[in-house]
Design a binder for this molecule. Structure first.
Ligand SMILES: Cc1ncc(COP(=O)(O)O)c(C=O)c1O
Length: 408
């Protein structure tokens, strides 16, 4: 095959790829913690690198990806609707099953309507980009997930200009100071995560509601890590604060407690209708495949009818947080089954991760820019299906490595 001559480096769009050595260097040092393939997945136990490991870094909080009923629902949906919807919701990719899921989700989170997207990422991208315009000011917590900011950039690009302000993570005084300086007239939308994904702390929704009321703003909560995890019946941050009717828009992903892939937004009917017709990720991308819709629907049914899964997750999360703290680990502001172990040094975090891996425990190494540079951490996440034996072994392993590496 004829190939064109390689352009001179200065004119080559691929030159940066040749210069990119960071991953290679970490692999050479044996501390590269990313893209590690699972050879088998059994929920709290997985097989990696030919060995059985305890998984303490998954977002499968309720363990429902392994529930036979969820798996059977996915199989049946494939038999009935095939493996793909082959198009976007807008034209030819809406199934009766999508609409059933949306109706049931709206009821679950006590909103008028819901709309399902193909991923959680696309949900925030689609909702935010549809809502921003030249007038609207978006005010977002700095710790909010990347897809919210990508939604602002997408919307900003389309609408030529968007004003975005970011407040320090969960810092209500800083947020208030931004509002005091703002022109009171333009429409304003505050955006926060419900449960913050890396450190497991909870957005200060009651304060945000108060600020919204005083400054005439709307409130958007991304509860990807809240639904199925916090709140007495797993209805997330809005249930935790009893704030269902005071948060304007709620988004969530299906890739965590809902054991699937996809996401949804819930809110007032007119807002959902608008987003449905104005969101580019909704209109220009194929819809959630049948198996994913059916898996999310079955997971929702299980969350609603079997509250012991949520209770078990919460109880195990509380125990692990307490135990990590009593061993001397710094778990930051965590209040949920997402428990960060703060190491505060990138290299040491990668080394800690490697020692865990060698000891048969898989957690996540998280460094900047996913967290501020002084907050690199090992992210642990508890699952409802972890056994006491799994969790005891995790604690013993952390204690041993933590002492040897002088983290505790
Ligand atoms: C807070 C938050 N929002 C949105 C997303 C995107 O969801 P998904 O990975 O299902 O596309 C994530 C995923 O990591 C997340 O943590």
């Amino acid at each position: 095959m004829h190939r064109a001559a390689t352009p001179a480096p200065a004119a080559d769009p691929f030159a940066k790829c040749r210069d990119f050595k960071q991953a290679e260097e970490m692999i050479a040092q044996g501390i590269y913690p990313y893209f590690f393939p699972l050879e088998e997945n059994h929920g709290p136990r997985v097989v990696m690198d030919g060995r059985e490991m305890i998984m303490i870094g998954s977002n499968n909080y309720l363990g429902l990806t392994m529930d036979p009923r969820v798996q059977e629902a996915a199989r049946k949906a494939i038999e009935r609707f095939g493996t793909s919807c082959s198009g976007s919701r807008f034209l030819n990719g809406t199934l009766a099953l999508h609409e059933e899921l949306e109706r049931r989700l709206a009821r679950f989170v006590k909103k008028q309507a819901a709309l399902a997207f193909s991923t959680g990422y696309q949900t925030n991208l689609g909702v935010i980009s549809a809502l921003v315009d030249k007038k609207t000011i978006i005010v977002a917590d700095k710790g909010t997930h990347a897809c919210v900011f990508d939604g602002i950039f997408l919307g900003g690009g389309l609408n030529s200009r968007v004003t975005m302000k970011r407040y320090r993570h969960n810092d209500m005084d800083h947020l208030e100071s931004l509002f005091r300086e703002m022109d009171p007239d333009p429409p304003k939308l505050i955006v926060t995560d419900g449960v913050f994904s890396m450190e497991g702390d909870i957005g200060k929704v009651p304060h945000l509601i108060d600020i919204c009321e005083r400054y005439n703003a709307r409130l958007f909560v991304d509860d990807a890590h809240g639904l199925g995890v916090i709140g007495r019946t797993g209805r997330g941050t809005l249930e935790y604060y009893d704030a269902f009717d005071r948060v304007d828009l709620l988004t969530c992903t299906f890739s965590k407690s809902f054991a699937s892939l996809g996401g949804f937004v819930a809110g007032d009917q007119e807002v959902i209708d608008y987003v449905k017709h104005r969101s580019r990720p909704m209109i220009f991308s194929a819809s959630m495949p049948p198996a994913n819709v059916a898996a999310a629907l079955k997971a929702l049914e299980i969350i609603e009818t079997e509250p012991h899964w949520v209770r078990s997750l919460q109880t195990k999360g509380e125990r692990m947080r307490r135990e990590f703290q009593s061993l001397g680990f710094d778990t930051g502001e965590s209040e949920t089954p997402i428990i960060p172990i703060l190491v505060r040094d990138d290299t040491k975090t990668f080394q800690f991760w490697k020692r865990l891996f060698e000891s048969g425990v898989y957690a996540n190494a998280v460094v900047s820019p996913a967290v501020p540079p002084d907050r690199s951490l090992i992210r642990t996440t508890i699952m409802a299906t972890h056994s006491k034996e799994d969790l005891d072994r995790v604690l013993e392993t952390f204690e041993k490595i933590g002492k040897e590496m002088h983290v505790i």
